[in-house]
Design a protein. Structure first.
Length: 256
């Protein structure tokens, strides 16, 4: 546990800003909170992948609850899709958290990121063509299982994997983003409980508190953006974000 006496505005404020920015992007585009924060904690602060993932998921338990409530209020949630995603996601998340607590899953990360980068480029292509008419997605439960596992084992991935693949299948951007954000609460709560059971409360740091404060402040605004931004623009924004974050992760892994 962190020492409250060490908490000053100068030490916490940067993490509040990062948490705010990450949650704003996540709430609007259905991804990136875990990716942004894990990159910061692992690459710049030297935390282990397991501790970073546990820390971020502890924060996300609160921020996804606030974000999900906002998406529900703005009627961005497809409840049929929610029911089909949440149970496989929870199972995959628990498995991923257990695996990461016992072995290093970093070896597979560049391959997963290469796949996500290709999905990002495809979404950019679809947005450029202007073909974003909604269709009913076919592959849902396996997607939830894989997305939950990768989110826990890779320190982030529920949004990039699930949101991007549902969009590729033709799901509506607005309802997809709202549904994925809302179901993520149950995923992060399960992952956090698994990490606590295997690691204890060591991941709850001063940085965690700063990210939590920033994320809670930003949570209500992402749903408003998802509701008001046109589908084609949302598709393009998701594609750009996914491609850039995946490319950076691949570069960082290959240059170590």
């Amino acid at each position: 546990m962190f020492d409250v006496t060490l908490a000053t505005v100068e030490t916490v404020l940067p993490f509040i800003a990062v948490g705010f920015a990450a949650q704003m992007i996540d709430g609007a585009l259905g991804m990136a909170f875990g990716v942004i924060n894990n990159t910061l904690l692992v690459s710049f602060l030297g935390l282990s992948p397991a501790v970073a993932s546990a820390s971020v998921h502890a924060v996300e338990t609160f921020t996804t609850a606030a974000s999900g409530a906002s998406h529900i209020y703005h009627k961005n949630v497809n409840w049929k899709l929610f029911r089909r995603l949440v149970i496989p996601g929870v199972i995959g998340g628990a498995l991923g958290a257990y695996v990461l607590s016992n072995i290093d899953a970093a070896i597979a990360k560049p391959f997963v990121m290469a796949y996500l980068a290709s999905i990002g480029l495809y979404l950019l292509y679809r947005a450029w063509r202007g073909k974003v008419e909604p269709r009913e997605p076919k592959i849902i439960e396996p997607l939830g299982l894989v997305g939950g596992f990768l989110d826990a084992a890779g320190g982030g991935g529920w949004g990039p994997v699930v949101t991007s693949n549902l969009l590729v299948q033709g799901a509506s951007p607005r309802s997809t983003i709202g549904t994925v954000n809302t179901s993520e609460f149950f995923l992060t709560a399960t992952i956090s409980a698994t990490f606590i059971a295997t690691m204890g409360f060591a991941a709850f740091t001063l940085q965690t508190v700063g990210i939590l404060i920033g994320g809670l402040i930003a949570a209500p605004f992402g749903a408003v953006l998802a509701k008001r931004v046109p589908a084609r623009v949302l598709m393009a924004m998701v594609g750009v974000l996914l491609t850039m974050t995946s490319a950076y992760t691949i570069w960082a892994a290959l240059t170590k």
